[in-house]
Structures are given as structure tokens and as C-alpha cells.
Design a protein around this ligand. Structure first.
Ligand code: OOB
Length: 553
């Protein structure tokens, strides 16, 4: 039996103060549950029931447990040690869930990359996490992850193990892993870090978010109750399964916790997803606003029977009231309810409740999961705003982190001295205690739920020899909610916009970060002192763009 390494403990400064720990335990939020323990318990209680379905097959709870044991023990046999960080990068495929469970069983710490991430992002995660291994599917969405793996091990030698599902080429095939099940650790600390999730990346590259067993399990156990997830539920993961929303709000982990069924949809296209909904009698799905609207429109005359769908959750980006109305109308026809979800990988999740009146469901982004989520809405000087006024949302609570992994600079900016997380969201609170998202305090683009840091993209653009200066802003978009626009001052001859975009992709950057639009400018305005705040500059450029667009005939 292996004992657990100490790397998976939170640093002292990021542990909840003892008074809060007592409160969260006393309230029954933190029950000392751990991932391996609950998964093994479900394997016993629901052994022959289907746990996971994907296009290539399905697992019962007992099979999932066996497969997780094989993978966990196999990874330890490869030389990994409990506490090691392992980057996982998968689409919505069958292998993903037993792999994650296997990492939990082995006390290894998954770091969840999204399928859209490329070498630039994955290298950053590997360095920040000091990862020892990279595990991915051979290919997904037309991209070959073995190429990425080769570049990664060259860039970050600490990544000593690469395991690939499918044709592994020179790497270790996931299917070949074998080890002694007795080598799996037996003791897990519920307050230890279970995995590292990624931040939306509001400034610079994504930060790593340490989530503990106790805090995360509480978040989806409580979510289950608010989203009606039980043993009879069938939860569809249509958004990338590694994202916090479809993972835990209540997500596939919530469904497994309840003994329900998880259906992984490799496609967000309504036709393909509706076929799966009919086949598996899916009851709940979480989507971002543009997809939700697309699905609701398609639902009107689909040949598939999607009447099993009880709840469509919408979150990740703002669902404006007009769109919410259209959506609710479309969903009512098929007997499905709308639930708004406003959450963040750092913790806090708000839901409209299933029993709420239409007024609240249409016009708000819900209220927090927990009575112990402490919300503050403050002005730019940190003073509480008057009730009903808009301000910066700060939070502390039983499932909100108190620091990022290995990132002093980000921690200094994102957490108050008394441990509240500064979300960067501007919100109002209604008399009922529900939140209405008004916008963001910092410059990032929320492109249909995918978060893009203006600063990160500007940094990349400045690496191009023909770019003298760059400012990236969000532009309202009917379909995406927001799209990205890069204003560029060329150095010498203007590069062609398509070439610049192609160059960015070749740098190994996630596709969604490549600007949707590029506008060349002769100069950027400077203030009298000659020093421009990037925020002001972005605001100015954005306003001018919108004014010009409005003036067009
Ligand atoms: C979810 O998580 P992240 O970490 O990708 O992004 C968090 C940010 C929030 O701070 C907010 O700016 C934005 O995404 N956001 C919303 C929203 N839901 C998220 N903005 C307006 N309205 C909403 N409903 O996106 C996430 C995590 C768990 C559950 C749901 C979403």
C-alpha cells in the first residue's frame, strides 16, 4: 500500500480558517467524503447499472470501477507517485471518465486541459503544475494530440510519461496499463487537493485552481438537490467534459454521485445530440447560450423524441432576458424547464431554482448554492455598494478557493486580505437575493462561454514581426454574445488579416483565441502624458468601432 505524498496539501495560506472549517463541517457541507471512496461505494450500490455511455460503448458502475483500478494501478506501475500532477486532454469520449476515476484511485492529481488547447497552453499548464505526465486521446476533432505530446516533452522534460488512448505510436497505450491493485493508496485526506481545474484566464494565461475532495464533492452533491438529479437522472455532457460546468454543476460527477447515468455527446450539433437524447432518454443537459438557442429552435420540428428532457441549464455566459424568453417558449413546447447557471471554476455557482417563477428565471442568473456562500458587492475602493446597486462580486464559501496554485502574483490580485475571491464580475443583487450579471470589471472576452484574456492575445500578436502594437476588445455579437476584435498598428507593410490569423494558429494557440476580426489602425490615441492605460485604450477603440458600425447605412 502506498502512502500519500504531501504535495497535494494546500499551502497554509490557502486553507480555510479553522472557524470556517468548523462551520462547514457543522453544517454538514464537508462530510469527509473523497472521490475514491464515493466512487467505490457507488460501484457497490449500483454495480450493474449503466454509469457512462459514449459513442464507442458503455460502462456499468462495476465496470467503471474495474477500469479505474486498472488505469490507476497501471499508472503507479509506470513510476508515477501519488501526488504527481497529470495533464489530461480529452474530448467527450468513453475513456475520459474511467481515466479520471483511475487518477483519483491512484492519488494522482488530474490537471484538466480542454480539447481546444494547443501546445502554448498545455506547456504553460505543465510548467505551472510541474506535471509528471500527459494523457490524451490519439485524436479528436481532427487534431492529433501525439504531435502535441512530442512538442510537450521536448519543451518540458519533467513530463516523463505520455499515455495515449487509441493508436499510441511511440507512447504508452492507455489500454496496455496494468499494475497491482494492492498498490493503490487506501487513505485519502478529504481536505487534500483532488485535481487542478483551469481558470477562464481573465488576465494572461489560465491559472490553476486547486479543488479539494470535501469542497468539490459538496458543490455537486448540493447541486444535485437544486437541479433534480437522482438515481433516475440521465445527464448529457455536450460541452467539453473537462469544463467545470458540465463536470460539477451538477455535471457528470453529480450524476455519478447520485447513481444516475452520464451520456457523453461528442457533438453539440442538435441533430446528433437529439438522437442521443432519444436513445438514452436524457433528462438534463447544460449548454452555453448560443447552443441553447440553437437547440430550442431545432426542437420545434425535430423528428427525434426528446420529451425525456426535463431541464436545460444555460450558463457560462450571459443569457439576456430577450433570449431567455425565446428559449423558455421553445422549451415549454417540449415540456422542458430552463435553469440559469452562473458559476466559475474557482467555486461559487448560482442557480435559478426549478420552482422559481418565470420572472426570476428570465431575468436573473440565480442565487448561490449554499447559505454559507458569503457574497459581497463592492465599489472600486472595496466599499459595499447600496442594496440593488451594481458592483464587483466577491465571495468566500465552502467550495470557493482561497488561492490559485503556484501563482503569487495572481493571488495578490484576485483575493482580498480576508480571503474573499474577487470574481471580476459586475453584478447586482435583487431583493430576493438573486444575482444579475452586468458585465466584467476586467478586459476579457466571453466568446460563447469560452473566456479569452485580451492581454494574452495582445502579447501573442506582439510576437509577430509586422505588429507594432495591438489592442484586443470584445464586440457584441448576435450569435456568440461577444466576439473578439484585434486593433493592430502595423510595423512597415500591413500583413494580411488571414495570414496573421494563420500565424497565430501555427504558434500553437487554441483556435477560439484567434481574433474573429482584425482592424488595422494608423495610431492609437495617447493621453496628454503620453501613457495610455490599456483598459482605456481598449474601451476607446471598442466605442469607436461601435459608433462607426452604427453610422454605417
Ligand atoms: C463557468 O466557469 P468559467 O470558470 O469558465 O468562467 C467563469 C466566468 C464568470 O466569472 C463569469 O464571468 C462568466 O464566466 N459566467 C457568466 C455566467 N456563467 C459564467 N456570465 C454571465 N452569466 C452567466 N450565467 O463559466 C461556469 C462554471 C460553473 C457553472 C457554470 C459556468
Amino acid at each position: 500500500m502506498t502512502s500519500l505524498a504531501s504535495q497535494d496539501r494546500l499551502p497554509l495560506s490557502q486553507i480555510w480558517p479553522e472557524s470556517l472549517v468548523e462551520r462547514y463541517r457543522g453544517a454538514g457541507h464537508w462530510r469527509g467524503e473523497t472521490f475514491p471512496a464515493f466512487l467505490r461505494e457507488r460501484a457497490r450500490d449500483f454495480c450493474d447499472q449503466i454509469a457512462v455511455v459514449a459513442d464507442t460503448g458503455r460502462y456499468t458502475y462495476a465496470e467503471l470501477d474495474k477500469e479505474a483500478e486498472r488505469i490507476g494501478a497501471g499508472l503507479l506501475a509506470q513510476g508515477l507517485t501519488p501526488g504527481d500532477r497529470v495533464i489530461v486532454q480529452f474530448g467527450n469520449v468513453l475513456e475520459f471518465i474511467p481515466l479520471v476515476c483511475g487518477l483519483f484511485y491512484a492519488g494522482l492529481i488530474p490537471v484538466y486541459a480542454l480539447p481546444a488547447h494547443r501546445i502554448t497552453e498545455v506547456t504553460h499548464f505543465a510548467r505551472k503544475a510541474e506535471a509528471s505526465a500527459y494523457i490524451a486521446g490519439q485524436s479528436y476533432g481532427g487534431f492529433d494530440y501525439r504531435t502535441l505530446a512530442r512538442d510537450l516533452v521536448a519543451a518540458v522534460p519533467q513530463v516523463a510519461q505520455v499515455v495515449i488512448a487509441g493508436d499510441a505510436s511511440e507512447f504508452t497505450p492507455l489500454s496496455s496499463l496494468q499494475g497491482d491493485v494492492a498498490s493503490l493508496p487506501q487513505d485519502f485526506d478529504p481536505q487534500a487537493v483532488a485535481f487542478l481545474q483551469l481558470s477562464g484566464g481573465s488576465t494572461g494565461l489560465s491559472k490553476l485552481i486547486p479543488r479539494t475532495h470535501d469542497d468539490y464533492i459538496y458543490s455537486f452533491r448540493a447541486s444535485n438537490a437544486l437541479c433534480g438529479i437522482t438515481q433516475d437522472s440521465v445527464y448529457m455532457t455536450a460541452l467539453p467534459a473537462a469544463h467545470n460546468f458540465p463536470m460539477s454543476s451538477p455535471g457528470w460527477l453529480g450524476a455519478l454521485y447520485a447513481g444516475g447515468r452520464v451520456v457523453l455527446s461528442p457533438s453539440v450539433e442538435p441533430g446528433a445530440a437529439f438522437a442521443l437524447i432519444e436513445q438514452e432518454r436524457v433528462t438534463c443537459v447544460g449548454l452555453v447560450p448560443p447552443l441553447a438557442l440553437l437547440w430550442a429552435d431545432a426542437a420545434a420540428d425535430t423528428p427525434y423524441d426528446i420529451s425525456s428532457l426535463r431541464v436545460m441549464q444555460v450558463g457560462g455566459a450571459k443569457l439576456v432576458p430577450e433570449a431567455a424568453k425565446r428559449l423558455m417558449k421553445g422549451l415549454n413546447v417540449v415540456g422542458c424547464q430552463l435553469q440559469q447557471v452562473f458559476g466559475m471554476a474557482e467555486g461559487l455557482v448560482n442557480y435559478t431554482r426549478l420552482e422559481d417563477n418565470d420572472e426570476l428565471i428570465l431575468n436573473t442568473q440565480g442565487c448561490p448554492i449554499s447559505a454559507d456562500d458569503e457574497i459581497r458587492i463592492v465599489d472600486d475602493h472595496g466599499q459595499l455598494v447600496a442594496e440593488g446597486e451594481a458592483g464587483n462580486l466577491q465571495v468566500q464559501g465552502p467550495y470557493t478557493i482561497r488561492g490559485y496554485h503556484n501563482d503569487e502574483a495572481a493571488n495578490a490580485n484576485s483575493f482580498t486580505s480576508d480571503g474573499y475571491y474577487c470574481t471580476g464580475d459586475i453584478v447586482k443583487r435583487t431583493a430576493e437575493g438573486y444575482l444579475v450579471v452586468q458585465g466584467r470589471a476586467n478586459d476579457h472576452i466571453n466568446r460563447a462561454g469560452e473566456k479569452i484574456s485580451a492581454e494574452e492575445i495582445e502579447d501573442h500578436l506582439l510576437g509577430h514581426p509586422s505588429v507594432f502594437d495591438a489592442a484586443v476588445v470584445s464586440i457584441p455579437d448576435d450569435y456568440l454574445g461577444e466576439r473578439s476584435c484585434a486593433f493592430i498598428i502595423a510595423r512597415g507593410d500591413k500583413p494580411r488579416a488571414v495570414e496573421l490569423k494563420k500565424w497565430m494558429r501555427e504558434q500553437g494557440l487554441a483556435d477560439f483565441k484567434v481574433p474573429d476580426q482584425i482592424v488595422f489602425a494608423e495610431a492609437f490615441d495617447t493621453t496628454a502624458v503620453g501613457k495610455v492605460s490599456r483598459r482605456e485604450l481598449r474601451a476607446q477603440l471598442r466605442q469607436r468601432f461601435l459608433d462607426d458600425a452604427a453610422a454605417e447605412p
